[in-house]
Design a protein around this ligand. Structure first.
Ligand code: MLT
Length: 372
């Protein structure tokens, strides 16, 4: 029996996939796995029993992924599972950044109580809420992963020119783009885009990337959309660009105290993935990843350890998480088997060994050994 701790509400269609051999609860002392959405795990003491954490969502900034790898805990995410939900809200954000939809609706509410005068007042006041069309304008996309690609294709279908930048763009993802000019650097995006949407993870390389320096390189009147993470922008620099007129609008899915209520800001309460479809998709993907790891040792969609899967070829399966410089030949000798799948990623290595005759792996650099 495996214990699975849920730190947020996880859709039942996902947890049901785990089956009878799993005890899923929001309270359990010695979990083998954690399923989490946005709850922060940075202050959490990781129990000795913990083997895997699956994030039902894309961003993993709520999980200390490097520390987890050092402890032999695999962290998974659910790439693409909520991409359509986020894409739809980005398109809504694009239109809200352009047409004065939010302020217009707010203003219309203030007319309540004016009886049959409302129609006249609307016609008189509506000129304050005009805004440009998006067709024919240029959308710049920073980050062409699962979400960025869907946004690119939807925007080009709406008649926008699309320019995108992603140094990690895979050939498979590139092939999915319908009509997008790929440029080398973010600066190449900044100088041509009327609208910019950011779809990158928050990490030390991206934190604060939208700041006064990058904003200076953008077109006057640029509109920025941030459905990724609040930490990607320097709020004070956004506000001063809005104030000076350099930026026309900032639409974000991260309502933080420093920007709420400020002129030109449209802030939503992190609704990007809040659709029943995406909650189901994320829960299913996260549960499947955990199950495959706990039962078979296969790692798919990990964000901190190498992704390695192996068809079972018989006998005892031994799974070894180690430092990248571990001597693989010594591990093979220790387990008495050459039947091994190996992967490395950054500082870490993962091996799945079948037909092992021993699970005693006293080799330098080994972090965790599991026998299945
Ligand atoms: C994600 O990281 O997947 C999105 O921001 C949605 C979420 O956090 O649930």
């Amino acid at each position: 029996m495996f214990n699975v701790l849920t730190l947020n509400k996880i859709a039942k269609c996902g947890t049901d996939r785990l089956g009878d051999n799993y005890n899923v609860s929001d309270q359990c002392d010695a979990p083998e796995a954690v399923l989490v959405r946005s709850a922060s795990m940075h202050e959490m003491e990781m129990p000795e029993s913990l083997l895997a954490i699956a994030r039902a969502g894309a961003g993993v900034n709520n999980i200390p992924i490097k520390d987890c790898a050092e402890k032999g805990i695999v962290v998974f995410n659910s790439p693409g599972a909520n991409a359509n939900a986020v894409k739809e809200l980005v398109i809504a954000g694009l239109l809200m950044s352009s047409r004065k939809i939010v302020s217009g609706i707010e203003w219309a509410k203030t007319l309540k109580g004016n009886g049959d005068q409302v129609g006249k007042m609307v016609e008189k006041g509506k000129s304050n809420f005009a805004g440009p069309e998006i067709t024919g304008k240029t959308l710049g996309i920073i980050g062409l992963g699962a979400i960025g690609i869907k946004v690119a294709n939807a925007a080009s279908a709406l008649g926008m020119s699309v320019v995108g930048c992603d140094p990690y763009l895979s050939d498979a993802n590139k092939a999915k783009l319908n009509d997008c000019t790929i440029v080398e650097t973010n600066d190449d995006v900044y100088k041509v885009a009327d609208y910019i949407t950011v779809h990158v993870p928050l990490n030390d390389g991206t934190r604060g990337m939208i700041n006064s320096e990058s904003i200076d390189k953008m077109k006057d009147g640029v509109r920025i959309l941030n459905y990724s993470r609040d930490g990607l922008v320097v709020s004070a620099d956004i506000l001063s660009a809005l104030n000076s007129g350099k930026m026309s609008a900032y639409v974000t899915d991260f309502a933080t105290d420093d920007i709420l209520g400020e002129e030109g800001v449209i802030a939503m309460p992190h609704l990007g993935a809040s659709t029943p479809e995406s909650e189901d998709n994320c829960a299913i993907m996260a549960a499947d990843e955990v199950k495959d790891y706990l039962e078979n040792g296969n790692i798919v969609n990990s964000v901190n350890l190498p992704c390695v899967s192996k068809d079972k070829t018989g006998g005892t399966r031994v799974c070894v998480i180690a430092k990248a410089d571990v001597n693989v030949e010594d591990v093979k000798k220790a387990t008495g088997s050459e039947d091994v799948a190996v992967g490395t990623r950054g500082d870490f290595c993962y091996m799945i060994i079948d037909n092992a005759t021993s699970s005693q792996v006293d080799v330098e650099g080994v972090i965790r050994v599991r026998t299945l």
